[in-house]
Design a protein around this ligand. Structure first.
Ligand SMILES: NC(=O)c1ccc[n+]([C@@H]2O[C@H](COP(=O)([O-])OP(=O)(O)OC[C@H]3O[C@@H](n4cnc5c(N)ncnc54)[C@H](OP(=O)(O)O)[C@@H]3O)[C@@H](O)[C@H]2O)c1
Length: 293
């Protein structure tokens, strides 16, 4: 929202006005868009990621848009640092109403060639990073008898896809952990939601599509990041259990799991078709080399 537009409307009083929101992975892609959207609603937003410069830049945008931002450089795999960051948030904003776990890492490879250390790195961010953040905010939310946690998993967390076997397994783990936590928090006033996006146009997806086996698949087939922003805001506002992007996609995956052999064949053929279509639509400019790490 522009400064002139904001002044003409008076102070920002959105649905999340004055809420204290923690967003991990706020320096890029989905987390960046989500943090900005909360800020534009007048929320107090804590921005967590490792790249400080990007967080500072976003903090300025949020402050200009009528929100209040706190940039905290924090590696979510460092449990002590995450606990420190949440202490800073409590001091600055007086509590934590909402946690969005968006920090994530994707390293693609077929399972046969996958390096165990790559899987460990993804587990550290996608599973343990989310766990660290949840365990840091839960005592605060328990005390307040309210709160909302939104974990960004993936459609690859309901159905394994190649060459994302390692990534898929981390997202399956996050789904399992989130569903178990939801039972533990039943009737406490704390809501736990899953957002399950398909391919979204962010630096993560653009990097993944450079992999040899996805060469030719174009980012033109990816959905805009703002679709996930809307899903996350809806999940936090209404305490929705699960929101798929696009809507209903995970339901299709659940049905497909009744026919795993057929689904495997369709995915195998479908990836080939997508690669050819992507090449026709201009995706053939994908680099020839393997994705850098
Ligand atoms: N894009 C997609 O197609 C897609 C689809 C389904 C699900 N998702 C999920 O959506 C979430 C956001 O992904 P994205 O597409 O927005 O990716 P992105 O643009 O690559 O952003 C990833 C974010 O995670 C942060 N991060 C990575 N490692 C971290 C660490 N150790 N500590 C703290 N922050 C860390 C990065 O910040 P720093 O590097 O500054 O630390 C960055 O802000 C991820 O969980 C991803 O798995 C994405």
């Amino acid at each position: 929202m522009s400064e002139a537009k904001r002044q003409s409307k008076g102070p920002v009083r959105g649905y999340f006005f004055d809420k204290s929101v923690v967003v991990t992975g706020a320096s890029s892609g989905i987390g960046h868009g989500v943090a900005l959207a909360f800020g534009e609603q007048g929320a107090q937003v804590a921005l967590l990621a490792r790249r400080r410069a990007q967080l500072e830049e976003l903090a300025q945008k949020i402050n200009k848009a009528g929100g209040k931002a706190l940039a905290l450089d924090c590696d979510v795999t460092d449990r002590a640092r995450v606990l420190w960051a949440i202490e800073q948030v409590k001091e600055a904003f007086g509590g934590v109403d909402i946690l969005i776990n968006s920090a994530g890492l994707l390293l693609s490879d077929p399972v046969e060639q996958m390096r165990p250390e790559d899987l460990e790195k993804m587990m550290a961010v996608n599973v343990f990073g989310a766990l660290n953040a949840m365990q840091a905010v839960l005592p605060v939310m328990r005390k307040a008898n309210s709160g909302s946690i939104v974990n960004i998993s993936s459609l690859a967390g309901r159905r394994g896809v190649s060459p994302l076997g390692g990534y898929s397994s981390t997202k399956f783990a996050l789904v399992g952990m989130t569903e178990a936590l939801r039972i533990e928090l039943f009737n406490t006033g704390i809501k736990v939601s899953l957002v399950m996006p398909g391919v979204i146009d962010t630096p993560m997806a653009r990097d993944a599509l450079k992999h040899d086996s996805l060469k030719g698949v174009s980012t033109m087939m990816a959905m805009p990041a703002r679709w996930v922003t809307w899903a996350v805001l809806a999940a936090a506002a209404f305490g929705l259990t699960e929101v798929d992007v696009p809507p209903g996609a995970a339901v299709v995956e659940k049905l497909a799991s009744l026919f795993p052999g057929v689904t495997d064949a369709l995915l195998s053929v479908g990836t080939g078709i997508m690669r050819r279509a992507g090449a026709l639509m201009g995706g053939s400019d994908q680099p020839e080399h393997k994705a850098k790490r």
